[in-house]
Design a protein around this ligand. Structure first.
Ligand SMILES: NC(=O)C1=CN([C@@H]2O[C@H](COP(=O)(O)OP(=O)(O)OC[C@H]3O[C@@H](n4cnc5c(N)ncnc54)[C@H](O)[C@@H]3O)[C@@H](O)[C@H]2O)C=CC1
Ligand SMILES: O=C([O-])CC(=O)C(=O)O
Length: 354
């Protein structure tokens, strides 16, 4: 005899554990009993810090990316709610949530790409370096997890100060014996996104038609837009060069001040992070000619890390491009950038080595 509706509901309800409910598996029919098999082709991506100001819109945009088949959302707070919410989007990626240190390993196992926006943001009056004391430890812990659970994954590091957190990550990976310099990428895409936007405004062009290389690092004078190499080819007056360089270098501070204590760039950063992650995934897929700026292990200058254009492929940043010809203004900017970068890199390295 067929069970009554009440009996069926009672039986199905018994399968729903509180943690599944938290993680968004609240349907009356347990996941295991659904017909969906999952396993669509694509890449497995984890976001660490997924419940934050960047993490949430980043998770939403990654769930919309057709190259992603599995999306793991990890945070130390609120990841169940974000996961439940994002998992209802009718796009291909399967979404799973992970909460707290004890679930970090499960979040990371099997991942192809790990994107890290975990850590505290700036308030007005702070520099990115003021975040070092808190964020350095967070990045160390997360990278130890990556070294253990997905040592071959590509890492997109967003947490500030990027100029120091990337050297921290490299030292953690070296210590674990798994460091592949091609696979660790500091995300400087927001500087390029801003540069394209601000230059387009000055020139009266559509930002989508503009390509500005931004090299160096990701803080103040270390952010060095190469306005002499803008595409389409164009020229700037000295006043325009000064105005644009300063605005690009201070773009983050402009947002921090406008948010007046409520954090730093989150929405434009999520956009930039997804733009960059998408290029990384296309590279992993084997697409040809994928080029983007990133802060990487580098021999372009005498410094061990530097942001410049890189070619993204199956192995990560497979080629790091030289800077190309610089004008006098950019040569002076480069010297200032290198001075500050050297200190930030050393600070990151000695945080792990000490
Ligand atoms: N590279 C870049 O261009 C940019 C970098 N950033 C940086 O990104 C970071 C995050 O910024 P927001 O999302 O605005 O901050 P937020 O405070 O809104 O979010 C950070 C998230 O990280 C989580 N978190 C803290 N400790 C964690 C841990 N041990 N493991 C996993 N998650 C942890 C928090 O719970 C929170 O959900 C900041 O360091 C900020 O400076 C921000 C904008 C641009
Ligand atoms: O300025 C900040 O603190 C956040 C950031 O890195 C940016 O918006 O470029």
């Amino acid at each position: 005899m067929q069970p009554s509706t009440a009996e069926r509901i009672a039986r199905l309800s018994a399968h729903i554990s509180p943690s599944n409910l938290q993680m968004g598996e609240s349907s009356m029919l347990e996941r295991a009993n659904c017909r969906a098999k999952g396993g669509a082709p694509g890449f497995k991506v984890a976001i660490l810090g997924a419940a934050g100001g960047i993490g949430q819109p980043l998770a939403m945009l990654m769930k919309m990316n057709p190259l992603v088949s599995v999306l793991h959302l990890y945070d130390v707070v609120n990841s169940p709610g974000v996961t439940a919410d994002i998992s209802h989007m009718d796009t291909g990626a399967v979404v799973r949530g992970f909460l707290g240190q004890k679930e970090l390993e499960a979040a990371l196992t099997g991942m192809d790409l790990v994107v890290i926006p975990a850590g505290v943001p700036r308030k007005p009056g702070m520099t990115r370096d003021d975040l070092f004391n808190i964020n350095a430890g967070i990045v160390r812990t997360l990278c130890e997890g990556i070294a253990k659970c997905c040592p071959n994954a590509l890492v997109n590091l967003i947490s500030n100060p990027v100029n120091s957190t990337v050297p921290i990550a490299a030292e953690v990976f070296k210590k674990a014996g798994i460091y592949d310099p091609k696979k660790l990428l500091g995300v400087t895409m927001l500087d390029v996104v801003r540069a394209n936007t601000f230059v387009a405004e000055v020139l009266g062009l559509d930002p989508r038609e503009v390509d500005v290389p931004v090299v160096g690092g990701h803080a103040g004078v270390t952010i060095l837009p190469l306005l002499s190499q803008v595409k389409p080819p164009c020229s700037f007056t000295p006043e325009e060069t000064e105005f644009l360089t300063k605005r690009i270098q201070d773009g983050g501070t402009e947002v921090v001040q406008a948010k007046a204590g409520a954090g730093s760039a989150t929405l434009s950063m999520a956009y930039a992070a997804v733009k960059f992650a998408d290029l990384c995934l296309r590279g992993l897929r084997g697409d040809a000619g994928i080029v983007a700026c990133a802060y990487v292990d580098s021999k372009v200058t005498e410094l061990p890390f530097f942001a410049s254009k890189v070619r993204l492929g199956r192995g990560g940043a497979e080629e790091v491009y030289q800077l190309g010809p610089l004008n006098e203004y950019e040569r002076i900017g480069l010297e200032k950038a290198k001075q500050e970068l050297a200190t930030s890199i050393q600070k990151g390295v000695s945080f792990i080595k000490k």
